[in-house]
Design a protein around this ligand. Structure first.
Ligand code: 5GP
Length: 120
């Protein structure tokens, strides 16, 4: 299945839709989730057209992979959640509950986050 250029994060990356940006470098964009599940809820995405962790880990360059990993750490520090702790999560595919077919890491923080996985 090909990357869908019309997905919402592709449109944000092209500047067609605004976002509340918190970080950007050559390979990564991070912005606040439109429907936050915690006081800090940021989406950290690669700029390249990767649908999922599966594709990204197999085909992205070492530079892109390093940039995404480092960006998460930078954003967590910038938003002040390092001391109290935070959670990084990526939903992948149908069972993972992925809604937007462009790889994204959720970064949650700012409150106690509770159980990792819902009972159902
Ligand atoms: P998923 O379920 O695919 O892991 O997460 C998709 C996330 O994207 C959801 O948390 C949803 O609130 C967020 N989202 C969907 N559309 C937009 C948008 O247009 N702007 C922003 N900032 N977040 C969005």
């Amino acid at each position: 299945m090909a990357y869908d250029d019309s997905n919402i994060f592709a449109r944000i990356l092209r500047g067609e839709i605004p976002c509340d940006k918190v970080f950007e470098d050559d390979h990564v964009l991070a912005f606040r989730d439109i429907n936050p599940q915690a006081p800090v809820h940021v989406l950290v995405i690669p700029k390249g057209p990767y649908r999922s962790w599966t594709e990204f880990s197999a085909t992205a360059s070492d530079g892109e992979i390093a940039a995404l990993v480092r960006a998460v750490g930078t954003v967590a520090a910038d938003l002040g959640v390092v001391e109290q702790g935070y959670r990084v999560l990526s939903n992948i595919g149908a069972d993972g509950g992925q809604e937007v077919p462009h790889l994204h890491l959720h970064l949650f923080g700012g409150r106690r986050l509770g159980r990792m996985i819902a009972a159902d």
